[in-house]
Design a protein around this ligand. Sequence first.
Ligand code: NAP
Length: 508
Amino acid sequence: MMNSQNVLADNEQLQKEAERVNVAIIGSGFSGTGLAIQLKRSGEESFVVLEREHSLGGTWRDNHYPGAACDVQSHLYSYSFKPKPEWSRVYARQPEILEYLRDCATSEGVDRHMRFDSEVLGAAWIEESNEWLISTANGSYLARVLVTASGHLSDPKYPNIPGIDDFKGAKFHSARWDHDTSLEGKRVGVIGTGASAIQIIPEVAKVAGKLTVFQRSAPYVVPRMDREYSTAEKNMFARLPHTAEKLRRDLFWAGEARFPQRRGIESFISRVEGLALDHLADQIKDPDLRAKLTPDYAIGCKRVLISNEYYPTYLRENVELETQGIERITENAVVMKDGSKHDLDALIVSTGFETSDLPISHRIHGTDGLLLADHWARGEQAYACSTVNGFPNLFIMNGPNSGLGAGSIIFVIESQIDYILGALDYLHQNGYTRMEVTQDAEMDFAAMIDRNAQGTVWLEGGCKSWYVDERNGRLSTIWPDFMSRFRDSNGVFRPEAYEVRSLAEQKV
Ligand code: NAP
């Protein structure tokens, strides 16, 4: 990783060249684009969206693997302030979601605020002027407020398997799919059986000569109730918007109704576990194969996956499920712990993302040069899931404890947008130029999260997942409560938790 302190060393020169804005947003996925839209609608024009890639879209730009689709229903997985009556199906596929996001950006005119190929190399708080100095691959900025909207699922995580770098065949991460590599007739291996892998595996099986799936833990999979929307339905949603709004509300409350499963309430758990295990039994009759595909932890501890195609893929003659555990990888094979070996032409690594040690935190320096990653050395936490002591005027979207185990992340994003707009409004109305959450407020909030996390299936379900930080055992990525409580707690700005002042007061 680049040393962001070095990047900012020539502070004076960077400041001289910097473009001044009120708000700088890092990332143009659903969070960054949504915030940009609402900022613009509120009348703010002085903002930029800094994007490291050549186009917008975040995870939906990067994850274009075969079979990529959302496992939250489209009418809920879209902005409430930009409804799309003509969603083609219940669960939209990646191209349609990306197109939606692009349409949102262009129709609202926020694409003009996006600065592409502008990877943020470092950001430093300047106390004297109450601003953030941001150095990017394509110029520097001075911003009153900095928002990270770079997401939890943006930097691929590669497994630390001995020999993996020696593999000479085609090799790529699921989030960096290489469409130039043909898998037709090849011997292909997929490492991982998470949300991405279970969409990839059925598609690769259709073209590969042989597919070997390397499973470390079996996921729970429930039926995918997907279908196309009819023209009549789409017309109805367009002409009678309240019908789409009602559908959205129904989907939201269905998500809320799933939370007691995650809370660890036995009757709720056994009902959904029965659904998943019946689905497996319906699709896989062979008891040995079924045993291999049966999870050994409580449902919900890891993400519950939805697919009708995943299990039947293992009935194909060209597909093999390997559960022995990987010992090492050679130039052309994966060697298992029992000494057996799978010769491969291509290896697809579907092993998730850097979630607990957010890469952007290694590039942000707060008061006295404190690095966010150092502040979080023992684990991530943030007040109201968005602000951190020692980092004035910084908001983190989709950061600590803002993921969901059941529900739509768009709801979380919209709550965080409301929070940020509320804070900006408060600063503006009162003439303040600096706000910093107190350490007590941050610690109290973290303690509240810990209390709510106790007893949840994420902590006590007997699995190892990216929801829990290995460094401290805390549930650090997931919100341990109902979605509606996320909005109550983190969607309304409350100034009591902050120390605020104006530059004039500071200089007195
Ligand atoms: P993931 O859920 O973290 O799954 C990673 C997989 O790789 C797991 O099966 C894991 O096994 C395995 N793995 C990791 N390291 C390994 C190693 N060293 N050796 C063997 N196996 C290893 O990642 P993901 O599937 O990319 O999904 C990440 C998140 O993205 C999801 O939770 C979801 O929030 C989101 N997502 C959503 C959708 C959707 O909406 N449809 C699709 C894709 C992703 P273990 O289980 O044993 O750790």
